[in-house]
Design a protein around this ligand. Structure first.
Ligand code: BES
Ligand code: ZN
Ligand code: ZN
Length: 534
């Protein structure tokens, strides 16, 4: 038994067990018996300085009547995440009515509904409630001038996603952890002209799959570096693939040498933990795809701990660098959903996982390494290791036949300086490809902001003695230097690069989500892949 196994139980096992059962029923919300019924409210007042004027997103007269007095009091403004709880609401079978604000009706989108659903769950948890219901928002409860029709599939999906993401508290490693999980959530919907039962069911089912994938990713990101080594990440990916019917291979040092992955191997060589090269393959079954059908490559940075190596990081905040594998985790999570959503497109997931450590055998500033593509790289800073493992991962994905590439990585602090923690960075070398990503973002609700990677930035990675160097020759535009480095290895292949350094970990508590791993990029990547489905 290994030391890790001794401390934390059998390897390869996910520490995320889905506890909440989600159900969908079609009936009037007023007649549904539950400890707590949550209903959404929006502010329909027009004008910037107008007093809030609240409307509930329900067509149930009984629910509207039960809330009327409390809403008329003016105490509740309906801002996003605001809550008002009524005990023993008259005329309802529910023991409590929870009114949740979604903000201004004018700016309402699926995203606010996702957050609203999360707020319902997180308001139930500290009250020790195990069971609750959410009334499906009925948009026609409002006149069209206040609210554009929201996609019904998206609404159903957002409720499930928001609730599932909110349910988890990352207390896995607390020995006195109190189980406060919500065990049952019922979405109470009504069929209308605008929203059919089939559409609501479809959104609901997709929401279950997508949120489960995102939570799978978050659980991986939450793991400490001593538990989630590259080898363990490989085991978890392989176990997930076996469960979902995906092909999976996990390689290590020998394969890196065989493939001449000199950049990836250089990063790995300073650690006692061997690297893992994980390849997951999804192939649609049934009808054969045309010969020129796209093959999508999902490449993830999987640094299970980034000390910076010989260019060591300051001690302050270094513990956070366990989440330097969030890009890899996003790809593994996305593959999990893809296996279940079954799009008609082949997808290959490639994860390059290593630990970046200082050691007698570690790579050093000044070293020159040769990547799998044949390009030589002068190492300036061993802390710029993510681009090195990705260089070989991206090139390898191309040799596996990928025609379109997407990568996710907690790549640069500079991206966080540029964009803060609300938008992640996006770089792309191909307009039709980025268009598909913008469409995906409308469904996912995730925020990415595009930064440039045009060839005029190439000078930033020019080396005096090798083809390129691994950090910028300037301190300005560090996120762009990293993107330019990756671009050297994708060539003409359409490619999206997501720099998620600032968004992979939530440091703040929000009414709809706890602190910890965010699972950013999972939902957008899944939708981007589905956009290529034949
Ligand atoms: N893993 C870090 C980037 C990072 C920073 C992730 C903050 C999450 C939060 C990456 O490997 C790194 O250290 N990058 C360096 C690059 C520099 C040496 C050119 C950085 O951003 O400082
Ligand atoms: Zn680093
Ligand atoms: Zn890193």
């Amino acid at each position: 038994m290994s030391a890790t196994e001794l401390l934390h139980g059998p390897l390869g096992e996910s520490r995320y067990d889905k506890k909440m059962e989600t159900k969908l029923v079609f009936q009037d919300a007023a007649g549904f018996a539950t400890p707590m019924l949550a209903v959404f409210a929006v502010d329909i007042a027009l004008g910037v300085d107008a007093e809030p004027l609240l409307a509930l997103l329900t067509t149930s007269d009984a629910v509207t009547d039960a809330a009327a007095k409390a809403l008329a009091s003016g105490e509740f403004k309906g801002t996003l995440g605001e809550q008002l709880l009524l005990h023993g609401p008259s005329g309802l079978k529910a023991e409590r009515l929870l009114i949740i604000g979604l903000g201004k009706a004018k700016t309402l989108s699926v995203d606010e509904v996702r957050k609203g659903a999360g707020t319902a769950i997180r308001s139930a948890k500290p009250r020790g409630m195990r069971e609750l219901a959410i009334a499906f928002p009925e948009e026609h409860a409002l006149s069209d001038e206040h609210l554009e029709a929201l996609p019904c599939v998206g609404l159903a999906r957002a409720i499930v996603e928001g609730a599932e993401l909110a349910e988890i508290d990352w207390d896995t490693y607390k020995s006195d952890r109190k189980d406060r999980s919500v065990q049952s959530l019922t979405v109470v919907a009504k069929e209308t002209e605008k929203s059919t039962t089939a559409e609501i069911h479809q959104g609901f089912d997709e929401g279950v799959i997508v949120s489960d994938a995102q939570n799978f990713t978050r659980a991986l990101v939450n793991e400490p570096g001593n538990v989630l080594t590259p080898t363990e990440l490989g085991k978890r990916a392989a176990a997930m693939c076996a469960e979902m019917g995906l092909a999976c291979q996990v390689h290590s040092t020998a394969k890196l040498q065989e493939l001449k992955m000199g950049a990836f191997a250089a990063v790995a060589q300073g650690s006692a933990e061997p690297p893992a090269l994980i390849v997951m393959t999804y192939e649609p079954k049934g009808k054969a795809l045309p010969k020129d059908a796209p093959v999508l490559g999902l490449v993830g940075k999987g640094i299970t701990f980034d000390t910076g190596g010989i260019s060591i990081k300051p001690a302050d905040g270094m513990e956070k660098m366990k989440y330097d594998m969030a890009g890899a985790a996003a790809m593994i999570g996305a593959m999990r959903a893809i296996a279940q959503l079954k799009p008609m497109v082949k997808v290959v997931g490639v994860v390059c996982s290593a630990e970046n450590m200082p050691d007698g055998r570690a790579y050093k500033p000044g070293d020159v390494v040769t990547a799998m593509s044949g390009k030589t790289i002068e190492i300036i800073n061993t802390d710029a290791e993510g681009r090195l493992v990705l260089a070989d991962g991206l090139h390898y994905a191309k040799t596996l036949g990928c025609t379109h590439l997407i990568n996710a990585a907690t790549l640069t602090g500079a991206c966080v300086v540029a964009l803060g923690i609300l938008n992640a960075g996006l770089f792309c070398n191909d307009e039709p490809t980025v268009e598909k990503f913008w469409e995906a973002m409308k469904v996912s609700g995730e925020k990415f902001w595009r930064l440039p990677c045009t060839d005029d930035y190439k000078d930033q990675i020019k080396s005096q003695i090798a083809d390129i160097m691994n950090t910028g020759g300037t301190r300005w535009g560090g996120a762009i230097s990293a993107a330019m480095f990756l671009k050297e290895f994708v060539g003409e292949t359409p490619w999206v690069h997501l720099d998620i350094a600032g968004c992979a970990w939530n440091d703040d508590v929000k009414p709809w989500i706890g602190k910890g791993p965010s699972g950013i990029a999972v939902r957008s990547i899944i939708e981007w892949v589905r956009a290529y489905s034949a």
